[in-house]
Design a protein around this ligand. Structure first.
Ligand code: ZN
Length: 382
């Protein structure tokens, strides 16, 4: 059973002043078996977590940080060191590849939501640029697995269940850029009508929705397989795919993971070895029992020979700024974490993932007991 920790920021190294060996030993002592880390070749763009304050304070210390020393310390402590990539999320790169910015079914350029904006999965220039970075990281650090995040058509899934009546609209449907429409028509023989982009998008959605979804899902799979082939000469690590967690029951039987963001899990099951479900309960406004529904639904889709892991949220997110109106719960307690993790284990997952380590360290510094819960869950899983 895998107990994985997302360690994406460097606060253990800066704010908490740990050495590589101390950090790795503490994680291993808590029962962690896998560290999911990022690297300088293909760094994760910043997401919901604002790191600017500590980056400014600890600039010199961060400059001395060495990925390889960290990876070696993780392995010396008996854990695996998985690398990560944000495949189709890179706002800075969109400046260099402006025609990789997705276009929705209204014909609007994707300007994103909050910190998030996607990348069109059919832009070969962008994809090849990203693959070069992934391959360089894999070559340097030889991860036991490669974790692909944001590997989907665009979608800010964080907002989809806060309101039980969320209605998907044309603003949620991607990508209708010239390239995607042309490739779809070429691959399927669909005849695009005369007219502007929204006219053609409506024709596709109304006349060929199944072919459109199937083509997008296959295209995403082709991209993933292209990444896998590029990594073959440098270690061919198995792939973990970061996926949306929604069971079909949440949306009247619709698999929105497939129909909105084109992640077709059965189609991908010969390419992906581990599916990670983002079961972020506080973000999604879901009860702990929902973790079981999410796991059972994916198990029904991919069968028993693929691994399923669920990510447990350790601290609250999206409670202020543009998200304040949604009034998400303001806390994730140690008991919440214990209950969610216990239900996940009972539902037959192949591992737990925790987002993220800094939340445990902050909770401990404040006198909390989330690290004790982590150890308890790891013992239960063993
Ligand atoms: Zn496109």
């Amino acid at each position: 059973m895998q107990i994985a920790m997302k360690v994406y920021d460097l606060q253990w190294f800066t704010t908490y002043g740990m050495s590589y060996a101390e950090a790795a030993e503490q994680l291993a002592a808590d029962g962690v078996t896998v560290v999911m880390t990022q690297n300088r070749f293909d760094p994760l763009p910043s997401s919901g977590v604002d790191q600017s304050a500590y980056l400014a304070t600890y600039g010199d210390r961060i400059a001395s940080y060495d990925d390889l020393a960290w990876v070696e310390a993780v392995r010396a402590a008996g854990m695996e060191a998985h690398q990560t990539s944000a495949t189709f999320f890179d706002p800075a790169a969109l400046e260099h590849f402006p025609d990789a910015r997705p276009i929705d079914a209204r014909g609007e350029l994707d300007r994103g939501i909050d910190w998030y904006t996607g990348v069109c999965p059919t832009h070969d220039g962008y994809l090849n640029w990203k693959i070069d970075r992934i391959r360089a990281a894999v070559d340097a650090y030889r991860p036991e697995a490669m974790f692909l995040q944001f590997t989907r058509f665009p979608g800010f899934w964080e907002n989809w269940t806060w309101n039980p009546d969320y209605e998907f609209s044309d603003a949620d449907r991607f990508c209708f850029c010239d390239r995607c429409r042309g490739l779809f028509a070429e691959a399927t023989g669909f005849v695009l009508p005369e007219g502007d982009l929204p006219t053609q998008a409506q024709a596709i959605l109304s006349e060929a929705p199944d072919a459109w979804n199937a083509w997008r899902a296959q295209r995403l799979k082709d991209d993933i397989q292209q990444i896998a082939r590029a990594m073959e000469p440098v270690g061919a690590p198995p792939l973990t795919l970061n996926t949306l967690p929604f069971p079909r029951a949440d949306f009247d039987g619709r698999d929105v993971r497939r129909t909105i963001v084109a992640q077709d899990l059965p189609l991908l099951s010969d390419t992906i070895s581990t599916f990670e479900l983002m079961t972020y309960l506080q973000i999604l406004h879901r009860p702990t029992s929902w973790v079981r529904d999410a796991v059972e639904d994916v198990r029904a889709l991919v069968g028993s020979d693929r691994r399923i892991v669920t990510t447990m949220q350790v601290a609250p997110l999206y409670t202020d700024g543009m998200h304040a109106v949604r009034k998400r719960p303001s806390n994730v307690t140690a008991d919440d974490l214990l209950e969610a993790g216990t239900i996940a284990l009972e539902s037959g997952v192949d591992g737990l993932v925790f987002y993220h380590w800094t939340d445990f360290l902050e909770d401990e510094a404040a006198g909390g007991r989330k690290r004790a819960v982590l150890r308890e869950l790891a013992r239960s899983a063993a």
